[in-house]
Ligand binder design. Structure first.
Ligand code: SF4
Length: 344
C-alpha cells in the first residue's frame, strides 16, 4: 500500500512525534514507545508505518453486549441501568493475571481477519436498545483505542448517550485532558499500592495511574475504582491500608471502591481469593471509605448501598439484579433526604 492509501484506509494516531530515520515516539501512554519503521508498540496495536504511527485496532470490535452497568462495575452511576458495551484488542499493560488476555494480548494478524465497524454503526446499534443509557468502552483497555473512542464518544454525546471508560488509567496527562470532557463515568483499576507490583506483574508503573485518578477526580466525571485482590501478591493488610488512606486523603472519603475476587487466569496461577481476605479488606477499607463494595463473590456484606445517616438501604443488589428504590430523582436518600454520591 502507498502512503496515500495507508492514510486513506487507516487511522493515524493522535499523540506522537515524528523523529529522524523514520522513527516515531508515541505519546499516548507513559511507555512512550520509540518505534523504528515497521515496529509495534508495547500495546501491540500501534505501528510505525513509513514513519507515521497508526492504530491497527481502529474500528475492530472483539465483542459488543448490552450489560448491566453494575458489571463494569459502576454502582453509583445510573444504578440498575443497561449500557451497550464494546471492546477491541490490545492493552498497554501485560498483567500476568489478565482476566481478558485473549483480547488484550492480540497477535499481529488478528487485524486482517476482522471487519472494520464505523463508529456510526455502533451508535446506531446502541440507539436501537431503548433502555440503553450509553456506550461503555471496556473488555480490553480502551486507552489503546484512543482515536476510535474519541470519534465514538463525540457522536454518542451528540445523541444524548453517556460514555463510560473502564480503564487501567495508564495514560499521559495531555491525552487524558483531551478525552476527559467526553467521558461521563470511569471505572479505573488500582491494581496495588506498590510500584514493584506494577513493574513485576503488569509491565507498567503505579505513579501515572495515581495521577490519572487525581485528574479524573478533579474533573466533572463520575469515578469508581476497582482492586482485584490477589493472594500473595497484593493482599498484605498494611499496604492495603496505605492505599485506602491515600484514596481517602487524595480523592476524598466518598470515593467508591470495589474489591474484586481473583480467579487464576493466563500466566498467573494462584489460589482463588479466600472469602475471609475480602471480608478483612472490606473492613479495613470501610474505616475510611464508606462506599466500599465486594464483587465476583456472593457475601452478605458489600452488596447494598446503605444511607450513612438513616441506615436504610437505598440501592439493593443481588448478583446483577438491582433496585434503587431508596434514591430520589436527584440521587439522594428518599427516606431522610441526605445528599449521597449517586448519579441518576
Ligand atoms: S499507547 Fe501503545 S505504542 Fe503508545 S506508548 Fe503506550 S504502549 Fe507504546
Amino acid at each position: 500500500m502507498s502512503l496515500v492509501e495507508i492514510r486513506k484506509y487507516m487511522q493515524q494516531a493522535l499523540f506522537y512525534e515524528r523523529l529522524e530515520d523514520m522513527k516515531v515516539k508515541c505519546l499516548l501512554c507513559p511507555h512512550e514507545c520509540l518505534l523504528s519503521e515497521g515496529k509495534i508498540g508495547v500495546c501491540r496495536v500501534r505501528k510505525n508505518i513509513s514513519g507515521e504511527l497508526y492504530a491497527l485496532n481502529d474500528g475492530i470490535i472483539s465483542s459488543a453486549n448490552l450489560d448491566p452497568i453494575e458489571k463494569k462495575p459502576l454502582y453509583h452511576f445510573y444504578p440498575g441501568s443497561l449500557i451497550f458495551s464494546i471492546g477491541s484488542y490490545g492493552c498497554n499493560m501485560h498483567c500476568r493475571f489478565c482476566q481478558n488476555w485473549e483480547i488484550s494480548q492480540p497477535t499481529d494478524n488478528i487485524f486482517s481477519l476482522r471487519p472494520i465497524v464505523p463508529a456510526s454503526e455502533i451508535i446506531k446499534a446502541a440507539l436501537n436498545h431503548k433502555e440503553n443509557i450509553g456506550i461503555a468502552y471496556t473488555y480490553n483497555e480502551p486507552i489503546v483505542s484512543y482515536e476510535y473512542v474519541i470519534k465514538m464518544a463525540t457522536l454518542a454525546k451528540e445523541k444524548g448517550l453517556k460514555n463510560v471508560m473502564v480503564s487501567n488509567g495508564f495514560i499521559n496527562q495531555e491525552p487524558l485532558l483531551r478525552i476527559l470532557p467526553l467521558i461521563d463515568a470511569w471505572n479505573i483499576d488500582l491494581k496495588a499500592f506498590d510500584e514493584s507490583f506494577y513493574k513485576r506483574l503488569t509491565g507498567a508503573q503505579l505513579a501515572p495511574v495515581l495521577e490519572t485518578l487525581k485528574t479524573v477526580r478533579k474533573s466533572k466525571a463520575h469515578l469508581e475504582i476497582t482492586t482485584l485482590v490477589i493472594p500473595n501478591e497484593n493482599d498484605e493488610a498494611s499496604k492495603f491500608k496505605k492505599m485506602v488512606n491515600w484514596l481517602a486523603d487524595e480523592l476524598g472519603e466518598d470515593t467508591i471502591l470495589h474489591l474484586s475476587r481473583y480467579f487464576p487466569r493466563y500466566h498467573h496461577q494462584s489460589t482463588i481469593t479466600p472469602a475471609h481476605k475480602l471480608v478483612e479488606f472490606y473492613n479495613i477499607a470501610r474505616q475510611r471509605l464508606y462506599w466500599t463494595y465486594v464483587g465476583n463473590i456472593e457475601l452478605d456484606i458489600g452488596n447494598n448501598s446503605i444511607c450513612p445517616k438513616c441506615k436504610n438501604i437505598v440501592v439493593w443488589r443481588k448478583g446483577y439484579h438491582t433496585a434503587a428504590k431508596g434514591l430520589d430523582e436527584s440521587g439522594n436518600c428518599r427516606f431522610c433526604k441526605t445528599s449521597l454520591p449517586f448519579v441518576v
